[in-house]
Design a protein around this ligand. Structure first.
Ligand SMILES: Nc1nc2c(ncn2[C@@H]2O[C@H](COP(=O)(O)OP(=O)(O)OP(=O)(O)O)[C@@H](O)[C@H]2O)c(=O)[nH]1
Ligand SMILES: [Zn+2]
Length: 397
């Protein structure tokens, strides 16, 4: 065979086994230990990244590769929050192009994992964070169906973070409309109603981490625990504050949830997309004066606490203002003209503005722009009104 035709599809070279000692038939093969992978799921802002950062900084004696899977737009915001951990962990970033994780995980996700596997030996565990709107039931089977991956990694378990403060509302919300033709929007277990993403994430969990317990009363916590148990009675439930699990082994790592593959019931036909009613929009602008942080704070209070769109005085926007909107998640970075920066984090009406790690001026890939990403319902089809509103709040005296 000509060397020109040698590619990865070429048949493997045959080795004359009979010429080898009996106990040593595959001298050239890599050891066949497969690397375990845990999927970390949970609705927008439930505490997935907080959990991964916690694990990376804990002493556990394992070398863990982390794949953060964020909304495309917010990726460069989350980056300065998750790097700088000082450890030797490998962190891969994958962008979920147009937001459908079950489609894109097959290319970008598999690619991220494959590029990790080339560095095999430098880590012994993989944690994959899914986007807050992904159904793990569609991601998990990829690890068995993809032949290449199936031989190098195995799914150890699915961990679902639950925001104790917001989960009841999410579970009570009606599921998004089923889009008839194009796709089977939610794979429907049995003949019950179409389940929301929050339901799917809980029902597929091997472990549920009930997080943000500092934001609820004991009574509320018990109600949430019962609710979770009624959706998934087999998952182990752990209760945390800031995703600090009592231990990591057996809670997030080394779950061995799928050691008996025969027990699995992941329907192949399911093809769930993200909630179509939810959209993302991003305000981008140059650095702002350092004394304007208060204006941003006031703007956030209006948007997140009062759900009143801060209408600019003299609007030229061709788009109507969003009236009936709901922000589920907001992430932002403010670059100030004094050279410092702030991180904004919000989940529903809880928000914080905090000092960011100093951004290296050396790193030219880091855009020195303010950026605020909003994820929610009814945000409108254009960022224009949002941009205008934000600008006018900065301009106000
Ligand atoms: N009060 C409180 N805040 C928390 C807790 N856990 C996380 N947070 C905060 O909630 C916000 C969202 O946390 P993340 O870890 O980024 O959530 P995520 O699930 O990765 O979010 P997405 O990737 O956007 O879906 C951050 O501001 C966290 O500091 C908690 O137990 N209590
Ligand atoms: Zn995250």
């Amino acid at each position: 065979m000509s060397a020109d035709f040698q590619d990865e599809d070429a048949p493997p070279e045959l080795i004359d086994v009979s010429a080898m000692p009996a106990d040593q038939t595959s001298v050239d093969e890599e050891p066949t230990t497969r690397v375990p992978i845990t999927l970390v799921t949970g609705y927008l802002g439930a505490g997935k990244t907080t959990l991964l950062n916690y694990i990376l900084t804990e002493k556990h004696g394992k070398k863990i590769a982390v794949i953060m899977n964020e909304f495309g737009d917010s990726m460069d915001i989350e980056k300065p929050m998750t790097v700088n951990q000082g450890g030797q962990e490998v962190t891969e970033w994958m962008e979920v192009g147009n937001g459908c994780i079950c489609c894109s995980v097959k290319d970008s996700g598999v690619m991220a994992i494959e590029s990790l596997m080339e560095r095999r030996g430098t880590f012994d565990y993989i944690l994959l964070e899914t986007t807050g709107l992904a159904d793990p039931g569609n991601i998990a089977p990829i690890f068995w169906m993809d032949e290449g991956l199936g031989s190098s990694i195995y799914l150890d378990g699915i961990v679902t973070l639950v925001d104790a403060k917001n989960i009841t509302r999410l579970l009570d919300e009606p599921a998004p409309e089923e889009k008839a033709e194009s796709h089977d929007v939610h794979h429907n277990h049995g003949s019950g109603p179409v389940l929301s993403m929050a339901h799917m994430q809980i029902s597929h969990a091997d472990v549920v981490i009930l997080n943000k317990t500092d934001l609820v009363t004991d009574q509320e916590l018990e109600a949430v625990r019962d609710r979770v148990a009624s959706i998934n009675s087999v998952a182990k439930i752990h209760v945390t504050d800031h995703s600090r699990t009592p231990q990591i082994e057996g809670v997030v790592l080394d779950l061995h949830a799928y050691d008996h593959l025969a027990d699995l019931d992941f329907s192949k036909k399911g093809h769930s997309h993200m909630d179509p009613a939810i959209s993302t929009t991003a305000i981008v602008r140059p650095p702002i004066p350092a004394d304007k942080v208060n204006c941003v704070d006031a703007w956030l209070r209006s948007v997140l606490w009062d759900t009143i769109f801060p209408a600019p005085a003299n609007s030229v926007s061709s788009e109507p203002y969003p009236v009936d909107f709901e922000v589920h998640r907001l992430k932002g970075i403010l670059i100030l003209d004094d050279g410092t920066s702030r991180i904004i984090q919000a989940v529903r009406d809880v928000f914080e503005i905090r000092d960011a790690e100093p951004i290296s001026t050396e790193d030219k890939s880091q855009p020195l722009q303010c950026k605020i990403v909003l994820i929610g319902r009814g945000l409108g089809s254009s960022v224009e009104p949002w941009q205008e509103s934000f600008e006018s709040c900065l301009a106000a005296k």
